[in-house]
Design a protein around this ligand. Structure first.
Ligand code: GLC
Length: 531
C-alpha cells in the first residue's frame, strides 16, 4: 500500500460520503429503445449533483445475455451495447468527476455467465478453463446436494462432459473456483483495468461466497474468504484511493469487523442483511420493528471504532422502503421517518434510485413479472399454494418492485422513455415523480438532500457513538454523543397519536411534520441536537 493511500485510509475519508445506486436498465433511456443506458445517466448528473451524493454505484453494464439483468457477465472488459459504448462509459467517469462524483463499479466475480469465453472453452473440453469453474462428477454431486438460491438444484449436468457444474444462482451463472489461483489473478487484472480507467470504487457481489466448504455443504464464509479478500486488496484496489463495499448476506458482526477492519486490509465497508432478513426464507420474512431496534443497536455498538457499516434499506433486490417499512397512505411522512432513522446512524448511507422521491411497490400480475428469481419462486410455490397467496408474496417481496423505471415526470412512461419500457412503469408516476418532488420544498427529496448535507456539516453524524433510548414498544429512539454534543432521535412507530414524557435535550433540528406540537402524531420523527 502506498503512503497516500495509508494516510487517506487512516482518516477514513469515505466516512462522510453518501452513495447513490443506479440500476441503469431502469434509470433513464436516452435512445428510446425501452431500456435505460449510460447516456441516460450522463443526462441526469445535474439532478444527482443537486441531491448532493458523492458516489454512484452503477449495477452491471458489462456484456451480458441478461438472464439475471447483467449479474451474468459474459465479458468483464466490454460495455453491453444495450447500455452504450466504452466511450460513453469513459465520458460518464469524466463528467461525474467534474462534479466531484466518483463511479463505483459492480464486480460480479463469484460467477460468470455461461456465455463467457472461459465457460465456452470449458464446455469444449479445455481442461484449463474447466478448472476455472466447479465441475464435478456424479458421485461428488450425489454426496453434496446443494440448492440454488434461485430455486432448484445448484448442479447442472453437461452431457458432452458427463460432468455437473455448480451454479448458486441461475443455471446461466456458473460459479468460479476461487481456489484456483489463475482465476483470482484474472479477477485482479480486471479490477486494475477499471481502476486505471478512473473508477473510484467497487461493490463486490455476493463476495461472502467465494470460499466454499463442500464438506459442510456451506456456500459462504469458507476458510479462505478473508485471505482472498486481503490478497485482492493488496493486488488491486488497495493501491488506489477507493470506496469498496462487499455484499455479504451471511455476515454477522464478527465477520463485518474483519471485512471492514480500519487497518485497511479488506474493504471499506460491507452490506449486512440482518435488518432486512428476519428468517432464512426471504419470501416469508415480515418486518419486526422491535427486533429491528435491537439489530441496529448491535451493529452500531459492536462496530463502533472497530469497523464500518453501510446504511441501507433499499437496493435493486429489495422491495421499496415505504411499502415495506413505512405505509403508502403516509407516503411522505413514513418516507421521511425511515430516511431520518437510517441517516442519523453511523455508517455510509446508500440511496437507491427513486427512494429519494418515495417510489413504491406495485401490484404485479404473473404476465408483468420480469425477475428470474420471482418467476422461479412462482413456478415452485404455485405447486403447493393458492395463486392469491403466491402473488401476494410477489407483490410484497419481488425484486421487480425496485426495478420499475425511474419516474421523472408525469409524461408517458414517467419520462423514462418514449417507448414501451422493458418492464412496466408504476401507474402512480403521475403523482410520484422527480419533477413534482423538486417543485415542492417540503418533499421527501429535500429531506434526503438535507440529510446528505448534514453528514458533511455535523461531525456527530459520522463520529458519534450510539445508545438506544428505551421509550417502550411504540417508539424507536436513540442518542448519539460526540465531544460534548448530543443528537437524539425519537420516532413514533405507530399510526396513533402518542404522548411522551421524555424531554430531549437540545433544539428541534429536524422533523417530518411541519409544525411542532406536544404529542407525537402518526409516525412523527424528530431529531434534537444540543451543542
Ligand atoms: C446479488 C445481486 C443480485 C444477483 C445475485 C447474483 O445478490 O445483488 O441482483 O441476482 O447477486 O449475482
Amino acid at each position: 500500500m502506498n503512503a497516500d493511500y495509508i494516510k487517506w485510509r487512516d482518516n477514513m475519508s469515505f466516512k462522510n460520503k453518501v452513495v447513490y445506486q443506479i440500476y441503469p436498465m431502469s434509470f433513464m433511456d436516452s435512445n428510446n429503445d425501452g431500456m435505460g443506458d449510460i447516456r441516460g445517466i450522463i443526462g441526469k448528473l445535474d439532478y444527482l449533483e443537486n441531491l448532493g451524493v458523492d458516489m454512484l454505484w452503477i449495477t452491471p453494464v458489462y456484456s451480458s445475455p441478461k438472464f439475471d439483468n447483467g449479474y451474468d457477465i459474459a465479458d468483464y472488459y466490454n460495455i453491453d451495447p444495450q447500455f452504450g459504448t466504452m466511450e460513453d462509459f469513459d465520458e460518464l467517469i469524466e463528467k461525474a468527476k467534474e462534479k466531484n462524483i466518483g463511479i463505483i463499479m459492480d464486480i460480479v466475480a463469484n460467477h460468470t455467465s455461461t456465455h463467457h469465453d472461459w465457460f465456452k472453452k470449458a464446455l469444449l473440453g479445455d481442461k484449463k478453463y474447466q478448472d476455472f469453474y466447479v465441475f464435478r462428477d456424479k458421485a461428488f454431486v450425489e454426496k453434496h446436494p446443494i440448492n440454488s438460491i434461485f430455486g432448484g438444484d445448484a448442479w447442472e449436468y453437461v452431457e458432452e462432459l458427463n460432468l455437473y457444474y455448480l451454479h448458486n444462482f441461475d443455471k446461466t451463472q456458473a460459479d468460479l473456483d476461487w481456489d484456483n489461483e489463475e482465476v483470482r489473478e484474472e479477477v485482479y487484472k480486471m479490477l486494475n483495468f477499471w481502476l486505471n480507467k478512473g473508477v473510484k470504487g467497487f461493490r463486490f457481489d455476493v463476495i461472502d461466497m467465494i470460499s466454499k466448504e463442500f464438506d459442510k455443504l456451506s456456500m459462504s464464509n469458507g476458510p479462505k474468504l478473508h485471505e482472498y479478500i486481503k490478497e485482492m486488496n493488496k493486488k488491486s484496489f488497495g493501491n488506489f484511493e477507493t470506496l469498496t463495499v462487499g455484499e455479504t448476506w451471511s455476515a454477522d458482526t464478527e465477520h463485518a469487523k474483519l471485512y471492514s477492519n480500519p487497518d485497511g486490509s479488506e474493504f471499506s465497508m460491507v452490506f449486512t442483511f440482518e435488518h432486512i432478513m428476519y428468517t432464512m426464507n426471504k419470501w416469508e420474512t415480515t418486518i419486526d420493528k422491535q427486533k429491528l431496534k435491537g439489530i441496529f443497536e448491535k451493529y452500531q455498538k459492536e462496530l463502533f471504532g472497530k469497523g464500518w457499516n453501510s446504511l441501507f434499506f433499499n437496493n435493486h433486490d429489495l422491495p421499496r422502503l415505504i411499502s415495506r417499512y413505512g405505509e403508502e397512505e403516509y407516503r411522505e411522512i413514513t418516507g421521511k421517518q425511515w430516511a431520518m432513522i437510517l441517516h442519523s446512524m453511523a455508517g455510509t448511507p446508500f440511496i437507491y434510485q427513486g427512494e429519494e422521491i418515495g417510489m413504491t411497490n406495485r401490484a404485479w400480475t404473473r404476465e408483468e413479472m420480469r425477475d428470474v428469481e420471482a418467476i422461479n419462486y412462482y413456478n415452485e410455490a404455485i405447486k403447493t399454494h393458492e395463486e392469491s397467496y403466491v402473488m401476494d408474496k410477489v407483490r410484497k417481496i419481488s425484486r421487480d418492485n425496485a426495478r420499475t423505471p425511474m419516474q421523472w415526470d408525469d409524461s408517458d412512461y414517467g419520462g423514462f422513455s418514449k417507448e414501451n419500457p422493458w418492464i412496466i412503469v408504476n401507474e402512480n408516476y403521475k403523482d410520484i415523480n422527480v419533477k413534482k418532488a423538486l417543485e415542492d420544498k417540503d418533499s421527501l427529496f429535500y429531506t434526503y438532500k438535507k440529510l446528505i448535507k448534514l453528514r458533511k456539516e455535523e461531525e456527530i453524524l459520522v463520529e458519534g457513538d450510539f445508545n438506544l433510548i428505551d421509550l417502550g414498544e411504540d417508539f424507536f429512539a436513540y442518542k448519539r454523543t460526540y465531544k460534548g454534543q448530543e443528537l437524539i432521535l425519537v420516532s413514533n412507530l405507530t399510526k396513533e397519536e402518542k404522548t411522551l414524557d421524555f424531554v430531549a435535550k437540545g433544539e428541534l433540528f429536524m422533523s417530518n411534520y411541519e409544525k411542532e406540537e406536544k404529542n407525537y402524531r402518526s409516525y412523527e420523527t424528530r431529531i434534537y441536537l444540543s451543542k
